[in-house]
Ligand binder design. Structure first.
Ligand code: AMP
Ligand code: MG
Length: 346
């Protein structure tokens, strides 16, 4: 359980309330002190990386050390983006997508391991999490309100199947067993990058920090004796939260259908794709997962979004130290078992 004791006190009063909690201030590309005390300051920087806003905040007495560490975290995020972005033609991922249907492509240990982990999640989620979703998913263009044409779906739907990815650990190479396969790690790479950033800070001895990339955050320690407070935003009302989570030493990821979407004929087309249909998953509007590391919470938030309420909760309730807050398309909130127990105790 990663929620602090305060969660108990907060639950009955804060769940379901419209409550604006902001963990970020003005965007800044420079490392600045946001608050200072007698033993140090909260140092903060925000940068657009990986198609989202990356934020790092940590407590430290020394500006040069603090800002140097934040710069290292940002550099690591840029490095991962350069390797794993499908939008950068020279990225390792793009080279894999261009070649792996023809011959094995050597991708190196880091990308290999993340793909292997993604395949594990595919097994554990009965295929709901599937990085080959992009075989069809790549034909959505959310900025230009474009969904795949029916022939684009017909020609590529068979490419969606994680079992088409063949891994060879001997040389860290990847081969696609079907011509239509296209891989996108957008459902897990941000969480991975956040974990890597947090690891840099922990190894440097930082005991109080937060690293976040869009909907994926990792919290190290507390906030000077208090929990960090992370808001779960209302999927349909900007500026409102459906819950606030006081967290210590935890990760939290939210997947929502409001992040990248367009509407056509009253139907919302958004970026989380059901691998069975190649269409957006529509049983829920947001899923928040709380757990120990952000790679896990990121993969699970996307997975549970696809699985829906019943299957999603059953998966989460079968795991230890993982919790979920789901908002259904009926507007109701659904909690994992231990959160439910906490909330009914108040
Ligand atoms: P998140 O905001 O963490 O849920 O990530 C959403 C991203 O995950 C999308 O933008 C896609 O890149 C990717 N994605 C969409 N559907 C799936 C799926 N079924 N399995 C794995 N990744 C997916
Ligand atoms: Mg995710």
């Amino acid at each position: 359980m990663f929620l602090s004791g305060l969660f108990r006190l907060s639950l009955s009063s804060l769940f379901c309330l419209s409550f604006a909690v902001s963990v970020s201030a003005e965007p800044t590309r420079e490392c600045v002190a946001r608050e200072s005390g007698s033993t140090g300051s909260w140092w903060y920087e925000q940068q657009p990386i990986m198609g989202t806003q990356v934020q790092v905040e940590l407590w430290h007495a020394n500006q040069a050390t603090a800002c140097g560490l934040i710069a290292q975290v940002m550099a690591e995020m840029h490095r991962i983006n350069q390797a794993m972005s499908p939008y950068i033609e020279s990225s390792l991922l793009s080279r894999m997508n261009a070649g792996a249907a023809h011959q094995p492509v050597v991708v190196g240990k880091e990308l290999f391991d993340l793909i292997a982990l993604s395949l594990d999640w595919s097994e554990r989620t009965q295929g709901a999490f599937d990085v080959t979703y992009a075989s069809v998913g790549r034909y959505y263009d959310y900025r230009n309100n474009k969904k795949p044409a029916s022939d684009e779906i017909a020609d590529n739907i068979e490419g969606i199947d994680y079992r088409h990815i063949s891994l060879n650990r001997a040389d860290f190479s990847v081969k696609y067993l079907h011509d239509a396969v296209y891989v996108d790690l957008g459902g897990i790479a941000k969480g991975y990058a956040v974990d890597r950033g947090a690891q840099i800070l922990r190894q440097a001895g930082i005991t109080q920090a937060m690293v976040s990339a869009g909907g994926d955050s990792r919290i190290i320690g507390d906030r000077l004796g208090e929990p960090w407070v992370v808001g779960v935003r209302h999927p349909r009302k900007a500026g409102e939260n459906v819950a606030v989570l006081p967290l210590i030493d935890a990760s939290v990821s939210t997947s929502g259908d409001y992040e990248r979407y367009f509407e056509r004929d009253g139907v919302r087309y958004h970026h989380i794709i059901d691998p069975v249909t190649g269409d957006s998953a529509r049983e829920v509007t947001s899923v928040t997962i709380i757990g120990a590391d952000a790679t896990t919470t990121d993969a699970l938030s996307t997975s549970v979004f696809v699985m829906g309420i019943k299957r999603g909760l059953s998966l989460i309730n079968g795991m230890t130290n993982i919790d979920a807050v789901i908002v259904g398309s009926d507007g109701r909130m659904y909690l994992s078992r231990s959160l439910l127990e906490l909330s009914s105790a108040h």
